[in-house]
Design a protein. Structure first.
Length: 224
């Protein structure tokens, strides 16, 4: 149960972290319709799965070679603390201009539709949207850093525990991405500069909280 709660927490943290991908989801959904938005987040989800698998393969290798698993996990947690503190005090607020959408698609496909939610997409066009979601996310340094750091931080868990943890995290992220597609219009209006500033600070505090909780939990289990 504790692992599932951690997975839910991680998923919610990643969901409220406002960055280029969030704006890209909103813009894709508003410009090309919900179907395009769903295909786009499917690509994002597959890239998340790819990074989780690769990150945990690397973590499992480290786990098998080194005996200092607790020290490695604490090192990852300290890195999360550092990133959280840096984000809180120094990182610039996210900009709605981020996540620009550029698709090389047949404009006639859009023009001939009564509205964006009734576009008759060809499979080739949907594949382009899927691929853009996949590569936009997997080439995002922030996403790569977070997934690899989480994978390293949770090396103290068994393989089964990490499957549950990251499976829960991925499920929560996917569900919230679906909500972003459905609520794209409302979200665009709500993401004011003040709201983005507050969300950015909250995300940083959550990251700091996770880092502290992991360190305290590991030390407590080691010495008690």
């Amino acid at each position: 149960m504790d692992v599932i709660l951690k997975g839910i927490g991680l998923g919610l943290f990643l969901s409220i972290s406002v960055g280029p991908i969030v704006f890209a989801i909103i813009k894709m959904s508003l410009r090309f319709g919900k179907k395009a938005g769903y295909v786009f987040i499917a690509g994002i989800s597959l890239s998340d799965i790819t990074m989780v698998v690769l990150g945990n393969m690397a973590a499992e290798l480290v786990r098998g070679i080194l005996v200092y698993k607790t020290a490695i996990a604490i090192g990852g947690a300290i890195l999360l603390l550092f990133v959280g503190c840096y984000s809180f005090f120094f990182k610039k607020d996210p900009s709605p201009d981020a996540g620009e959408i550029k698709l090389n698609i047949d404009e006639e496909v859009i023009k001939n539709a009564p509205d964006v939610n009734h576009i008759h997409w060809r499979r080739s066009e949907l594949f382009k949207i899927f691929a853009q979601g996949y590569f936009m996310n997997i080439l995002n340094p922030g996403a790569i850093f977070l997934w690899l750091t989480w994978s390293t931080t949770f090396t103290y868990l068994s393989l089964g525990g990490r499957v549950v943890l990251f499976g829960t995290t991925l499920a929560v992220v996917l569900l919230t991405d679906i909500a972003k597609v459905v609520l794209a219009g409302a979200l665009r209006k709500k993401l004011t500069p003040k709201a983005l500033h507050n969300i950015s600070k909250i995300s940083a505090l959550v990251l700091i909280g996770f880092g502290l909780a992991i360190i305290i939990g590991l030390l407590w289990s080691k010495y008690h």
